[in-house]
Design a protein around this ligand. Structure first.
Ligand code: SF4
Length: 454
């Protein structure tokens, strides 16, 4: 639950407004603190204990935890709402692939290849799985360390190191500590022994409780020792229990502001489902229900793609349609005689238009005007695709330097902007009204391209 400025001001020194924080009053400073626009350090009169209390109150209800490093690092947690329609979700769950050290070498190589190669371009994004999870199952420490070394050297994806044996777990951590792996599992049985080893080189920690309640003393103990990047596993036995546990954790953290459960979570469909289809369904349920990392025993393109699209759909901000960047896109290596089409930047519109152009095999420029992700007609109705603004965009996008002709194709649905657009372009461009539907480009574009060449 977000803390308010009027609650925070009770903790401030309330000196005669000294303004040393840069704000006219303590209350103004408190309001800014609550909105995240100022740092508590700005007030020099706070003792350390009060500062820590304020920082704790300002912390997000679910801690942001980073696994891995560099470009591929995975950020999870930091969510603010239970249901997406209340605002949005911010950090999509990581999809992980388990690699047991009991698996044959060629199977291990195949899984490493999958995590690198199974990537899907999708409306301007690249969808892919995020993590590899080396799993100590063989009882042979050297074999496990060789597996961790192989994953470390052949990929740069974040890792989850899984070992019940703490000596093996921390030896593996020492091999790849700079990659900031998630260490799993820390339990009530091994926590005392693990804490000094964890503190040698901090890395995110996966805590496994016997059940939901038993997670609480573990997170409190770790937090007291300064270990705060935690990921929770309530050891759900099946999907129903998993959904219940994940929902309970999310509601406790966000609705009740219960800090000991205010951490991202992990689930293992690979351990609780007995066959590929059930595992895929379990994974899908966990992705829908608040889980921050979901680990599968295996996947191929046919099971991974639907999972990635489901994740994309849930974690797309419902307040904004998906848009592509405003610019002139080249389709099929156009030249100075190629047609120029203009459209809005709703991702679906752009991909339908460019796919229709590609299908005609006629190279063209597709100039995409920023319309805040709206389709052409909706954008026109909202005043974001009118003659004046489209004209301004055409002038600044530089298309005039790429083509000799001055013919611009506008979508048939907004034929009414023709006159205003001609005016905005000082009658230097001839405005051609294209088909109302992109399917109409199949005939329209070849005819036009022929005229442009003549
Ligand atoms: Fe109040 Fe501290 Fe700001 Fe002074 S510096 S006005 S005491 S918040």
């Amino acid at each position: 639950m977000p803390v308010s400025g009027s609650e925070l001001v009770k903790l401030l020194p309330k000196r005669k407004p000294c303004r040393d924080c840069g704000f006219p009053t303590c209350f103004a400073f408190a309001m800014k603190l609550a909105s995240g626009g100022a740092s508590v350090d700005k007030c020099p009169y706070l003792d350390e204990e009060t500062k820590a209390k304020i920082i704790d109150l300002l912390a997000p209800p679910i801690r942001l935890v980073t696994i891995g490093s560099g470009e591929n690092k995975l950020e999870i947690g930091n969510e603010e709402v239970v249901y997406r329609h209340e605002k949005t979700y911010y950090h999509p769950p990581g999809i992980g692939l388990l690699i047991s050290d009991k698996e044959a070498d060629d199977k291990i190589d195949e899984k490493i290849r999958k995590i690198k190669e199974l990537q899907f371009p999708w409306i301007g994004l690249m969808l892919k799985a995020n993590l590899l999870a080396p799993y100590f199952e063989s009882g042979d420490k050297d074999r496990f360390l060789a597996l961790v070394r192989k994953v470390y050297q052949s990929t740069d994806v974040p890792m989850i190191l899984i070992s019940e044996d703490m000596d093996v777990l921390f030896s593996a951590r020492d091999l790849c500590g700079d990659r900031n792996p998630l260490l799993y599992p820390i339990t009530k049985e091994n926590i005392e022994k693990a804490i000094p080893k964890i503190k040698e080189k901090l890395s995110p920690i996966g805590i496994r409780g016997d059940n939901l309640e038993s997670l609480v003393p573990l997170t409190m103990k770790l937090k007291d020792t300064g270990i705060e990047d935690l990921v929770l596993d309530p050891s759900s036995k099946d999907v129903m229990e998993g959904i219940r546990d994940q929902t309970f954790i999310r509601r406790a953290a966000i609705k009740q502001g219960f800090r000991p459960l205010g951490y991202p979570t992990i689930a293992f469909p690979c351990f609780i489902a007995k066959d590929g289809l059930r595992e895929a369904v379990a994974g899908s349920a966990f992705i829908s229900k608040f889980t921050s990392i979901v680990v599968f025993s295996d996947f191929d393109q046919y099971s991974l793609l639907p999972t990635l699209i489901q994740r994309l759909n849930i974690y797309t901000d419902p307040r904004f349609p998906i848009g592509v960047d405003e610019k002139c896109y080249e389709v099929l290596e156009p030249n100075e005689h190629s047609p120029v089409l203009v459209t809005s930047n709703w991702a679906l519109t752009y991909f339908l238009v460019s796919a229709a152009v590609e299908a005609t095999r006629i190279p063209a420029y597709v100039c995409v005007k920023d319309s805040e992700g709206l389709g052409v007609l909706t954008a026109w109705a909202a005043g974001k695709f009118d003659g004046e603004s489209v004209g301004a965009f055409i002038k600044k996008c530089g298309i005039a330097d790429h083509v000799k002709h001055r013919k611009l194709i506008i979508p048939g649905k907004v034929a009414r902007i023709k006159g205003a657009l001609e005016d905005a372009l000082n009658l230097e461009w001839e405005i051609i009204v294209g088909p109302k539907e992109t399917t109409g480009l199949a005939k329209f574009l070849p005819d036009l391209a022929k005229k442009l060449r003549e």
